[in-house]
Write a protein of this length. Structure first.
Length: 132
């Protein structure tokens, strides 16, 4: 396990980029869609689709550095993110409607929760061995 901490550091750096990218995309789309009278969840869905594709490439190339298996890993990666996204879709309206947080603050709070979970999921499932 000589690369264990290096991989964790790369995960945090790339995760930082993915967070800035995804949150910036959400914020930009939130402002754009709200001006059009659309619900903030439209921004959440669109930004998630784009951010996940960006995250997959960054994690594959720079963090886990796996070779080949693009389709299998992409499908597993999306399955991992589907669970995180389902959590986000359920929790975001709760934080906005019940806790009365703004959508931007609520989304930022949810990011904190998903970081550790996503590392474990990607390390052992998305980019792990074929057996899981």
């Amino acid at each position: 396990m000589p690369d264990k901490h290096g991989k964790q550091l790369r995960f945090l750096v790339v995760g930082g980029w993915n967070t800035v990218f995804g949150y910036g995309l959400f914020a930009g789309l939130y402002f754009a869609t709200s001006r059009l009278g659309l619900h903030y969840m439209v921004a959440a869905v669109i930004s998630n689709l784009i951010a996940v594709a960006n995250a997959y490439l960054c994690y594959k190339l720079f963090v886990f550095k796996t070779k080949g298996n693009y389709l299998r890993e992409y499908l597993r990666f999306n399955l991992s993110y589907a669970g995180l996204f389902a959590f986000n879709l359920a929790a975001l309206p709760l934080l906005v409607n019940l806790a009365r947080l703004s959508p931007l603050i609520a989304q930022a709070a949810l990011l904190v929760v998903t970081v550790a979970v996503s590392y474990v999921m990607h390390n052992y499932f998305s980019f792990g061995s074929p057996a899981g």
